[in-house]
Design a protein around this ligand. Structure first.
Ligand SMILES: Nc1ncnc2c1ncn2[C@@H]1O[C@H](COP(=O)(O)OP(=O)(O)O)[C@@H](O)[C@H]1O
Ligand SMILES: [Mg+2]
Length: 435
Protein backbone atom coordinates (compact mmCIF):
# COMPACT_ATOMS: atom_id res chain seq x y z
CA UNK A 1 0.00 0.00 0.00
CA UNK A 2 1.28 3.48 -0.85
CA UNK A 3 2.31 5.49 2.16
CA UNK A 4 -0.09 8.24 3.23
CA UNK A 5 0.97 11.80 2.49
CA UNK A 6 1.00 14.01 5.56
CA UNK A 7 1.66 17.75 5.77
CA UNK A 8 2.90 19.04 9.14
CA UNK A 9 2.66 22.80 9.82
CA UNK A 10 5.23 24.54 12.00
CA UNK A 11 8.96 24.93 12.53
CA UNK A 12 9.98 23.91 16.05
CA UNK A 13 11.21 20.87 17.94
CA UNK A 14 7.56 19.85 18.34
CA UNK A 15 7.22 19.61 14.57
CA UNK A 16 10.57 17.80 14.28
CA UNK A 17 9.32 15.24 16.81
CA UNK A 18 6.01 14.86 14.95
CA UNK A 19 7.84 14.58 11.64
CA UNK A 20 10.15 11.82 12.98
CA UNK A 21 7.29 9.86 14.54
CA UNK A 22 5.10 10.13 11.45
CA UNK A 23 7.89 9.38 8.97
CA UNK A 24 7.84 5.75 10.12
CA UNK A 25 4.28 5.52 8.83
CA UNK A 26 3.84 8.20 6.19
CA UNK A 27 5.46 10.40 3.58
CA UNK A 28 5.87 13.66 5.47
CA UNK A 29 6.18 17.21 4.17
CA UNK A 30 6.69 20.07 6.61
CA UNK A 31 5.84 23.74 6.10
CA UNK A 32 8.11 25.57 6.79
CA UNK A 33 10.19 23.24 9.02
CA UNK A 34 13.78 24.04 10.02
CA UNK A 35 17.25 22.88 8.97
CA UNK A 36 17.06 19.66 11.00
CA UNK A 37 13.68 18.77 9.54
CA UNK A 38 14.88 19.63 6.01
CA UNK A 39 17.73 17.14 6.41
CA UNK A 40 15.26 14.27 6.77
CA UNK A 41 11.93 15.27 5.19
CA UNK A 42 10.53 17.37 2.37
CA UNK A 43 9.83 20.98 3.31
CA UNK A 44 7.87 23.80 1.68
CA UNK A 45 8.54 27.50 2.27
CA UNK A 46 5.87 29.75 3.74
CA UNK A 47 4.29 30.64 7.02
CA UNK A 48 2.02 28.26 8.93
CA UNK A 49 -0.41 31.09 9.72
CA UNK A 50 -0.71 32.30 6.11
CA UNK A 51 -3.96 30.48 5.36
CA UNK A 52 -3.98 30.72 1.53
CA UNK A 53 -0.33 29.58 1.48
CA UNK A 54 -1.17 26.63 3.72
CA UNK A 55 -4.07 25.54 1.50
CA UNK A 56 -1.75 25.82 -1.52
CA UNK A 57 0.88 23.72 0.31
CA UNK A 58 -1.72 21.07 1.15
CA UNK A 59 -2.62 20.91 -2.55
CA UNK A 60 1.00 20.89 -3.70
CA UNK A 61 1.91 18.06 -1.34
CA UNK A 62 -1.29 16.06 -2.09
CA UNK A 63 -1.84 15.93 1.68
CA UNK A 64 -4.16 13.19 2.89
CA UNK A 65 -3.83 14.58 6.43
CA UNK A 66 -2.66 17.98 7.65
CA UNK A 67 -1.25 18.10 11.20
CA UNK A 68 -1.15 21.59 12.70
CA UNK A 69 1.66 22.22 15.21
CA UNK A 70 1.37 25.77 16.63
CA UNK A 71 -1.59 27.65 18.11
CA UNK A 72 -1.49 30.79 15.93
CA UNK A 73 -2.78 29.14 12.72
CA UNK A 74 -5.43 27.19 14.69
CA UNK A 75 -6.69 30.36 16.34
CA UNK A 76 -6.69 32.06 12.92
CA UNK A 77 -8.91 29.31 11.47
CA UNK A 78 -6.45 27.23 9.45
CA UNK A 79 -8.47 24.07 10.12
CA UNK A 80 -11.67 25.65 8.83
CA UNK A 81 -9.88 26.91 5.70
CA UNK A 82 -8.36 23.48 4.99
CA UNK A 83 -11.59 21.58 5.68
CA UNK A 84 -13.40 23.98 3.37
CA UNK A 85 -10.83 23.11 0.69
CA UNK A 86 -11.52 19.40 1.22
CA UNK A 87 -8.61 18.34 3.45
CA UNK A 88 -8.58 16.13 6.54
CA UNK A 89 -7.04 18.10 9.41
CA UNK A 90 -5.68 17.22 12.84
CA UNK A 91 -6.29 20.34 14.91
CA UNK A 92 -9.40 22.08 16.25
CA UNK A 93 -11.64 24.49 14.35
CA UNK A 94 -11.33 28.18 15.11
CA UNK A 95 -14.41 27.96 17.32
CA UNK A 96 -12.87 25.13 19.37
CA UNK A 97 -9.45 26.85 19.47
CA UNK A 98 -11.13 29.63 21.43
CA UNK A 99 -10.17 27.59 24.52
CA UNK A 100 -6.60 28.82 23.99
CA UNK A 101 -7.28 32.00 21.98
CA UNK A 102 -9.27 33.62 24.79
CA UNK A 103 -8.44 33.14 28.46
CA UNK A 104 -11.80 34.65 29.46
CA UNK A 105 -13.65 32.20 27.22
CA UNK A 106 -11.63 29.41 28.83
CA UNK A 107 -12.37 30.53 32.41
CA UNK A 108 -16.09 31.08 31.68
CA UNK A 109 -16.23 27.67 29.99
CA UNK A 110 -14.66 25.97 33.02
CA UNK A 111 -17.07 27.74 35.33
CA UNK A 112 -20.08 26.68 33.22
CA UNK A 113 -18.96 23.05 33.34
CA UNK A 114 -17.71 22.78 36.91
CA UNK A 115 -14.08 22.20 35.90
CA UNK A 116 -11.73 23.05 38.80
CA UNK A 117 -9.98 26.40 38.34
CA UNK A 118 -9.22 29.40 40.55
CA UNK A 119 -11.72 32.24 41.12
CA UNK A 120 -11.46 35.08 38.63
CA UNK A 121 -13.04 38.16 37.12
CA UNK A 122 -12.82 39.57 33.59
CA UNK A 123 -12.33 43.26 32.79
CA UNK A 124 -12.37 45.45 29.70
CA UNK A 125 -11.92 48.65 31.69
CA UNK A 126 -8.60 49.39 33.42
CA UNK A 127 -10.13 51.49 36.24
CA UNK A 128 -12.57 48.73 37.11
CA UNK A 129 -9.78 46.13 37.03
CA UNK A 130 -7.60 48.18 39.40
CA UNK A 131 -10.51 48.83 41.73
CA UNK A 132 -11.12 45.07 41.83
CA UNK A 133 -7.43 44.33 42.52
CA UNK A 134 -7.40 46.83 45.42
CA UNK A 135 -10.72 45.58 46.79
CA UNK A 136 -9.46 41.97 46.82
CA UNK A 137 -6.34 43.20 48.61
CA UNK A 138 -4.19 40.16 47.69
CA UNK A 139 -1.79 39.95 44.75
CA UNK A 140 -3.49 38.33 41.75
CA UNK A 141 -2.53 36.71 38.48
CA UNK A 142 -3.05 39.08 35.53
CA UNK A 143 -3.66 37.42 32.16
CA UNK A 144 -4.01 39.09 28.79
CA UNK A 145 -7.15 37.63 27.23
CA UNK A 146 -5.63 36.94 23.80
CA UNK A 147 -2.53 35.21 22.44
CA UNK A 148 0.67 36.88 23.65
CA UNK A 149 3.35 34.33 22.69
CA UNK A 150 3.58 33.00 26.25
CA UNK A 151 4.34 36.44 27.71
CA UNK A 152 0.86 37.62 28.61
CA UNK A 153 0.73 36.41 32.22
CA UNK A 154 2.04 38.18 35.33
CA UNK A 155 1.93 36.32 38.64
CA UNK A 156 2.00 39.38 40.88
CA UNK A 157 3.51 39.36 44.34
CA UNK A 158 1.85 42.58 45.56
CA UNK A 159 -1.29 44.59 44.84
CA UNK A 160 0.95 47.28 43.33
CA UNK A 161 2.41 44.74 40.93
CA UNK A 162 -1.08 43.57 39.99
CA UNK A 163 -2.03 47.17 39.20
CA UNK A 164 1.21 47.78 37.27
CA UNK A 165 0.45 44.78 35.06
CA UNK A 166 -3.13 45.98 34.52
CA UNK A 167 -1.73 49.38 33.53
CA UNK A 168 0.84 47.90 31.12
CA UNK A 169 -1.65 45.51 29.48
CA UNK A 170 -4.75 47.69 29.32
CA UNK A 171 -3.57 51.29 29.12
CA UNK A 172 -0.15 51.01 27.52
CA UNK A 173 -1.26 48.25 25.14
CA UNK A 174 1.76 46.00 25.79
CA UNK A 175 0.14 43.16 23.85
CA UNK A 176 -2.06 45.26 21.58
CA UNK A 177 -5.62 44.02 21.25
CA UNK A 178 -4.73 40.76 23.09
CA UNK A 179 -4.32 42.66 26.37
CA UNK A 180 -7.21 45.15 26.18
CA UNK A 181 -9.26 42.58 28.03
CA UNK A 182 -7.75 40.87 31.08
CA UNK A 183 -8.53 38.02 33.43
CA UNK A 184 -7.64 38.61 37.09
CA UNK A 185 -7.45 35.34 38.98
CA UNK A 186 -6.44 33.91 42.33
CA UNK A 187 -2.99 32.42 42.65
CA UNK A 188 -2.71 28.71 43.25
CA UNK A 189 0.43 26.93 44.43
CA UNK A 190 1.90 23.49 43.91
CA UNK A 191 3.56 21.55 41.12
CA UNK A 192 2.71 22.32 37.53
CA UNK A 193 2.10 19.45 35.16
CA UNK A 194 0.63 19.19 31.71
CA UNK A 195 -1.69 16.53 30.46
CA UNK A 196 -2.38 15.81 26.78
CA UNK A 197 -5.37 13.99 25.32
CA UNK A 198 -6.15 13.33 21.65
CA UNK A 199 -9.84 14.07 21.09
CA UNK A 200 -12.24 13.29 18.25
CA UNK A 201 -15.00 15.67 19.29
CA UNK A 202 -16.74 13.18 21.55
CA UNK A 203 -14.18 10.66 22.81
CA UNK A 204 -10.52 10.84 23.66
CA UNK A 205 -7.23 9.01 24.06
CA UNK A 206 -5.25 10.04 27.15
CA UNK A 207 -1.55 10.50 26.54
CA UNK A 208 0.75 10.76 29.55
CA UNK A 209 1.43 13.62 31.94
CA UNK A 210 4.63 15.64 31.53
CA UNK A 211 6.43 18.33 33.45
CA UNK A 212 7.88 21.35 31.66
CA UNK A 213 10.54 23.71 33.07
CA UNK A 214 9.49 27.25 32.15
CA UNK A 215 12.20 29.36 33.77
CA UNK A 216 15.51 29.99 32.04
CA UNK A 217 17.81 29.05 34.91
CA UNK A 218 18.40 26.12 37.25
CA UNK A 219 16.25 25.98 40.37
CA UNK A 220 13.36 27.67 38.50
CA UNK A 221 15.00 31.07 38.52
CA UNK A 222 15.32 33.71 35.82
CA UNK A 223 12.80 34.84 33.23
CA UNK A 224 9.97 32.76 31.82
CA UNK A 225 10.61 31.04 28.50
CA UNK A 226 8.74 28.87 26.03
CA UNK A 227 10.10 25.88 28.00
CA UNK A 228 13.68 24.80 28.75
CA UNK A 229 13.08 21.07 29.09
CA UNK A 230 10.59 18.42 30.11
CA UNK A 231 10.26 14.87 31.33
CA UNK A 232 7.51 12.29 31.42
CA UNK A 233 5.96 10.76 33.42
CA UNK A 234 6.17 13.00 36.52
CA UNK A 235 5.77 10.96 39.73
CA UNK A 236 3.35 13.55 41.19
CA UNK A 237 0.74 12.25 38.74
CA UNK A 238 -0.16 8.96 40.39
CA UNK A 239 -2.66 6.63 38.71
CA UNK A 240 -5.32 7.94 41.13
CA UNK A 241 -4.57 11.55 40.21
CA UNK A 242 -4.58 10.67 36.51
CA UNK A 243 -8.05 9.16 36.92
CA UNK A 244 -9.19 12.43 38.52
CA UNK A 245 -7.63 14.50 35.72
CA UNK A 246 -9.60 12.46 33.19
CA UNK A 247 -12.87 12.56 35.15
CA UNK A 248 -12.73 16.16 36.41
CA UNK A 249 -10.94 17.93 33.56
CA UNK A 250 -10.65 16.10 30.24
CA UNK A 251 -14.06 14.38 30.13
CA UNK A 252 -16.13 17.46 31.08
CA UNK A 253 -14.12 19.62 28.65
CA UNK A 254 -14.70 17.29 25.70
CA UNK A 255 -18.40 16.94 26.64
CA UNK A 256 -18.83 20.67 27.28
CA UNK A 257 -17.26 21.68 23.99
CA UNK A 258 -19.50 19.23 22.10
CA UNK A 259 -22.59 20.51 23.95
CA UNK A 260 -21.70 24.09 23.10
CA UNK A 261 -21.45 23.26 19.40
CA UNK A 262 -17.64 23.49 19.29
CA UNK A 263 -16.63 19.82 19.20
CA UNK A 264 -12.95 19.55 20.03
CA UNK A 265 -10.88 17.56 17.54
CA UNK A 266 -7.16 17.64 18.11
CA UNK A 267 -4.87 17.62 21.13
CA UNK A 268 -6.28 19.07 24.29
CA UNK A 269 -3.39 20.12 26.53
CA UNK A 270 -4.40 20.94 30.09
CA UNK A 271 -1.98 23.07 32.11
CA UNK A 272 -2.56 21.94 35.69
CA UNK A 273 -1.45 22.93 39.17
CA UNK A 274 -1.34 20.08 41.69
CA UNK A 275 -1.52 21.37 45.26
CA UNK A 276 0.24 19.99 48.33
CA UNK A 277 -2.77 17.89 49.22
CA UNK A 278 -3.55 16.82 45.66
CA UNK A 279 -5.87 19.74 44.90
CA UNK A 280 -6.36 20.03 41.15
CA UNK A 281 -6.66 23.38 39.39
CA UNK A 282 -6.62 24.10 35.66
CA UNK A 283 -4.35 27.06 34.82
CA UNK A 284 -5.15 27.03 31.12
CA UNK A 285 -5.91 24.90 28.11
CA UNK A 286 -3.82 24.79 24.99
CA UNK A 287 -5.29 23.39 21.80
CA UNK A 288 -2.16 21.76 20.35
CA UNK A 289 0.84 19.68 21.39
CA UNK A 290 3.16 21.28 23.92
CA UNK A 291 6.74 22.14 23.12
CA UNK A 292 8.95 20.62 24.65
CA UNK A 293 6.36 18.12 26.00
CA UNK A 294 5.85 16.55 22.57
CA UNK A 295 9.48 15.47 22.45
CA UNK A 296 9.13 13.37 25.59
CA UNK A 297 5.60 12.11 24.93
CA UNK A 298 6.51 10.87 21.46
CA UNK A 299 9.86 9.43 22.61
CA UNK A 300 7.92 7.06 24.86
CA UNK A 301 5.30 6.07 22.30
CA UNK A 302 5.61 2.41 21.37
CA UNK A 303 3.76 2.11 18.10
CA UNK A 304 1.93 4.12 15.53
CA UNK A 305 0.88 7.75 15.94
CA UNK A 306 -0.83 8.27 12.59
CA UNK A 307 -4.03 6.26 13.29
CA UNK A 308 -4.70 8.40 16.37
CA UNK A 309 -4.27 11.67 14.48
CA UNK A 310 -6.35 10.41 11.56
CA UNK A 311 -9.10 9.09 13.82
CA UNK A 312 -9.31 12.38 15.69
CA UNK A 313 -9.29 14.36 12.43
CA UNK A 314 -12.11 12.22 11.00
CA UNK A 315 -14.10 12.67 14.20
CA UNK A 316 -14.04 8.99 15.06
CA UNK A 317 -11.25 7.40 17.08
CA UNK A 318 -13.21 4.15 16.94
CA UNK A 319 -11.61 1.30 18.90
CA UNK A 320 -8.60 3.50 19.76
CA UNK A 321 -10.66 5.70 22.09
CA UNK A 322 -10.65 5.55 25.88
CA UNK A 323 -7.27 3.85 26.34
CA UNK A 324 -3.77 5.25 26.39
CA UNK A 325 -1.58 4.22 23.46
CA UNK A 326 1.12 1.69 24.30
CA UNK A 327 4.27 3.27 25.71
CA UNK A 328 7.76 1.87 26.14
CA UNK A 329 8.97 1.20 29.67
CA UNK A 330 10.93 3.99 31.27
CA UNK A 331 10.72 7.76 31.15
CA UNK A 332 11.89 10.31 28.60
CA UNK A 333 13.64 13.59 29.27
CA UNK A 334 14.39 16.54 26.99
CA UNK A 335 16.86 19.40 27.44
CA UNK A 336 16.43 22.58 25.40
CA UNK A 337 19.55 24.38 24.20
CA UNK A 338 18.77 28.06 23.66
CA UNK A 339 20.61 30.87 21.90
CA UNK A 340 22.58 33.67 23.52
CA UNK A 341 20.22 36.42 24.65
CA UNK A 342 17.16 34.14 24.86
CA UNK A 343 14.39 34.88 25.80
CA UNK A 344 14.62 38.70 25.50
CA UNK A 345 16.60 39.05 22.27
CA UNK A 346 18.07 35.82 20.95
CA UNK A 347 21.15 36.19 18.80
CA UNK A 348 21.07 34.28 15.52
CA UNK A 349 23.79 33.12 13.13
CA UNK A 350 26.10 31.25 15.53
CA UNK A 351 27.66 28.10 14.04
CA UNK A 352 26.55 24.86 15.74
CA UNK A 353 29.17 22.10 16.12
CA UNK A 354 28.97 18.54 17.35
CA UNK A 355 25.47 17.61 16.14
CA UNK A 356 26.56 14.24 14.73
CA UNK A 357 28.46 13.33 17.88
CA UNK A 358 25.41 14.23 19.98
CA UNK A 359 23.08 12.17 17.80
CA UNK A 360 25.46 9.20 18.18
CA UNK A 361 24.76 8.93 21.92
CA UNK A 362 22.61 5.81 22.35
CA UNK A 363 18.91 6.44 23.12
CA UNK A 364 19.24 10.12 22.18
CA UNK A 365 17.30 12.05 19.59
CA UNK A 366 18.55 15.50 18.58
CA UNK A 367 15.57 17.61 17.57
CA UNK A 368 16.03 20.96 15.88
CA UNK A 369 14.02 24.07 16.72
CA UNK A 370 15.63 27.35 15.63
CA UNK A 371 18.25 26.28 13.09
CA UNK A 372 19.09 27.07 9.49
CA UNK A 373 21.73 25.78 7.11
CA UNK A 374 24.25 27.77 5.15
CA UNK A 375 27.05 26.28 3.03
CA UNK A 376 26.41 22.91 4.66
CA UNK A 377 26.77 24.32 8.20
CA UNK A 378 24.05 24.50 10.81
CA UNK A 379 23.53 27.95 12.34
CA UNK A 380 21.32 29.20 15.17
CA UNK A 381 18.18 30.87 13.82
CA UNK A 382 15.85 31.33 16.79
CA UNK A 383 15.55 31.47 20.57
CA UNK A 384 15.24 27.78 21.26
CA UNK A 385 17.81 26.09 19.03
CA UNK A 386 17.76 22.36 19.85
CA UNK A 387 15.79 19.96 22.00
CA UNK A 388 17.90 16.97 23.01
CA UNK A 389 15.72 14.06 24.02
CA UNK A 390 16.56 10.73 25.63
CA UNK A 391 14.53 7.68 26.53
CA UNK A 392 15.94 5.19 29.06
CA UNK A 393 15.10 2.66 31.74
CA UNK A 394 15.02 5.31 34.47
CA UNK A 395 15.23 9.08 34.78
CA UNK A 396 18.86 9.11 35.94
CA UNK A 397 19.90 7.17 32.85
CA UNK A 398 17.78 9.39 30.59
CA UNK A 399 19.34 12.53 32.08
CA UNK A 400 22.83 11.03 31.80
CA UNK A 401 22.27 10.28 28.10
CA UNK A 402 20.65 13.62 27.31
CA UNK A 403 23.40 15.62 29.07
CA UNK A 404 26.15 13.55 27.45
CA UNK A 405 24.69 14.62 24.10
CA UNK A 406 24.18 18.24 25.24
CA UNK A 407 27.85 18.40 26.21
CA UNK A 408 28.89 17.33 22.72
CA UNK A 409 27.10 20.29 21.10
CA UNK A 410 28.76 23.68 20.97
CA UNK A 411 27.63 27.11 19.79
CA UNK A 412 28.60 30.55 21.07
CA UNK A 413 26.46 31.78 23.96
CA UNK A 414 24.53 28.50 24.31
CA UNK A 415 22.22 28.35 27.34
CA UNK A 416 20.61 25.31 28.91
CA UNK A 417 19.50 24.07 32.31
CA UNK A 418 21.40 21.30 34.12
CA UNK A 419 18.51 20.32 36.37
CA UNK A 420 15.82 19.04 34.03
CA UNK A 421 13.85 16.35 35.84
CA UNK A 422 15.83 16.92 39.08
CA UNK A 423 12.64 16.98 41.14
CA UNK A 424 11.97 13.36 40.22
CA UNK A 425 15.57 12.11 40.28
CA UNK A 426 17.92 10.57 42.82
CA UNK A 427 19.51 13.60 44.55
CA UNK A 428 23.19 12.48 44.30
CA UNK A 429 22.88 11.38 40.70
CA UNK A 430 21.03 14.57 39.86
CA UNK A 431 24.03 16.55 41.17
CA UNK A 432 26.36 14.42 39.08
CA UNK A 433 25.10 15.96 35.84
CA UNK A 434 25.94 19.43 37.12
CA UNK A 435 29.40 20.44 35.91
N1 LIG B 1 -3.69 30.97 38.91
C1 LIG B 1 -2.37 30.85 38.86
N2 LIG B 1 -1.66 30.73 40.01
C2 LIG B 1 -0.32 30.62 40.00
N3 LIG B 1 0.43 30.63 38.89
C3 LIG B 1 -0.21 30.76 37.70
C4 LIG B 1 -1.63 30.87 37.63
N4 LIG B 1 -1.98 30.98 36.34
C5 LIG B 1 -0.83 30.93 35.64
N5 LIG B 1 0.24 30.79 36.43
C6 LIG B 1 1.67 30.70 36.04
O1 LIG B 1 1.86 31.45 34.85
C7 LIG B 1 2.28 30.61 33.77
C8 LIG B 1 1.63 31.06 32.49
O2 LIG B 1 0.23 31.01 32.61
P1 LIG B 1 -0.70 30.27 31.56
O3 LIG B 1 -2.11 30.40 32.01
O4 LIG B 1 -0.17 28.90 31.34
O5 LIG B 1 -0.55 31.18 30.28
P2 LIG B 1 0.37 31.13 28.97
O6 LIG B 1 0.97 29.76 28.86
O7 LIG B 1 -0.60 31.41 27.88
O8 LIG B 1 1.37 32.20 29.16
C9 LIG B 1 1.88 29.21 34.21
O9 LIG B 1 2.70 28.25 33.61
C10 LIG B 1 2.05 29.29 35.71
O10 LIG B 1 3.40 29.10 36.08
MG1 LIG C 1 0.95 27.96 29.73
Amino acid sequence: MARKKVLVLGSGAREHALCRALSAEAEVTVMPGNAGIAAEAATLPGKADDLPAVVAAARASFAELVVVGPEAPLCAGVTDALVEAGFLVFGPSRAAAELEASKSFCKDFMKRHGIPTSDYAVFEDADAAEAHARAIGRPLVVKADGLAAGKGVVVASSVEETCAAIHAFMREGLFGAAGRKVVLEDKVTGQEVSFHAICDGARFVPLAAAQDHKRLEDGDRGPNTGGMGAYSPPPVVTPALEARILAEVIRPTVDGMAKEGRPFRGVLFAGLMIGERGELSVLEFNVRFGDPETAVLLARLDGALLPYLEGAARGDLGPLADRSPPVRNGPALAVVMAAAGYPESPRVGDAIEGLDAAAAVPAVSVLHAGTRREDGKFLTAGGRVLCITAHAADLDAAAEAAYTAVDRVRFAGSQHRRDIGARARTPQKSRATTP
